[in-house]
Design a binder for this molecule. Structure first.
Ligand code: GZL
Length: 326
């Protein structure tokens, strides 16, 4: 009987070791496939889901490429783990959508040591040495915030008080840092503007609903909601409904939101959201184009920005909303 179990143990150990070879999840079809390791922030918002779809679609039908994506579930440590695995597997290229700006020097140096090119996509990394990455393709988040401020200046007369509730995204993410900077700088320029509260919504609908519900228990005197992404806005709208506070065109609270996803634009068209500031997630084709330029030895600019706009009830139609890809 002992002999039977020792044979069984040997067989199970062989099976286990065969499964732990450290090779990529799927063996490349042939040695000419260009393998890209992609460390994605997570799936925290509609914007992120659209961004992931755009990235995967850009490479899915091209037999020359294999995109291996790892979802970090909004944790930077998970990104480091995934990236070290990409290095071990010897991928040809790495794309990083960084959760937060700080803490990237070490891992980017490891990637450079491994001689693997890297593109920073969407948000930015705060590193002195910009030779650690090929390029940073993303949005001008400060410009987005300034578009919102410019619109609000046209809405609030100089002699009227404006009590602003600020819903912040993931603290330390470029989108949060710069959208916050635009508002905070504007408040110093307008003595009649006041930020009555800064709530942490982590770019998710659930967290925003939770913190808004708590806040509205003791504070209902709000004129403006400045919400750093659509999913937090949707959570906030649910909390405002439950608190019996009106919003949108003709409502108590003017709502400003960032991303301009299809659902937010529909609310805007219907007068429930006052301003949608666009943040384009459809980076896939641009990123692929940059990688091909790199492979062809062409010059790549260190920073690439995507074009974006802002929408109000006055400047969008139902056809425009219907035509949105995300
Ligand atoms: C912006 C992106 C932000 C979006 C959020 O480029 O980093 O992260 O505004 C997303 O929806 O979670």
């Amino acid at each position: 009987m002992r002999r039977f179990f020792s044979i069984l143990l040997c067989i199970s150990m062989i099976i286990c070791m065969a499964g732990c070879t450290g090779t990529r999840a799927t063996e490349p079809a042939n040695n000419n496939v260009y393998v890209i390791g992609f460390s994605q922030v997570g799936s925290e918002s509609d914007w992120r889901v659209a961004n992931t779809k755009s990235m995967t679609a850009a490479f899915a039908d091209d037999p020359d490429y294999e995109l291996v994506m790892e979802n970090a579930r909004q944790e930077q440590e998970n990104q480091f783990t995934a990236i070290r695995r990409f290095i071990l597997e010897g991928v040809d290229f790495i794309i990083i959508a960084p959760t937060v700006e700080e803490g990237w020097e070490t891992i980017l140096a490891e990637i450079k040591e491994a001689n693997i090119p890297v593109i920073i996509m969407d948000r930015s990394v705060a590193v002195e040495d910009e030779s650690l990455f090929l390029t940073n393709i993303g949005s001008d988040f400060l410009h987005q915030g300034n578009l919102a401020v410019k619109w609000l200046e046209g809405e609030i007369p100089a002699d009227k008080q404006a009590k602003i509730l600020h819903l912040q995204g993931t603290i330390g993410a470029t989108a949060q840092i710069m959208r916050t900077k635009a508002l905070e700088d504007a408040v110093t320029q307008h003595s009649n503007w006041e930020i009555t509260g800064q709530l942490y919504g982590d770019f998710t609908e659930a967290k925003a609903y939770e913190v808004m519900t708590e806040y509205l228990k003791t504070n209902k005197d709000i004129d403006v909601l400045y919400s750093e992404n659509d999913n937090m806005t949707f959570g906030a709208m649910r909390a405002l409904n439950e608190a019996g506070i009106s919003y949108g065109n003709g409502g108590q609270v003017k709502i400003i939101t960032f991303d301009a996803t299809k659902e937010a634009l529909q609310y805007c068209h219907d007068g429930k959201i006052n301003l949608c500031v666009e943040c384009n997630p459809l980076f896939g084709p641009r990123v692929k184009e940059l990688i091909e330029k790199y492979r062809n030895g062409e010059e790549i600019p260190k920073h690439v920005y995507v074009d974006e706009s802002a929408y109000t009830t006055q400047n969008i139609t139902q056809d425009f909303v219907d035509s949105r890809a995300y």
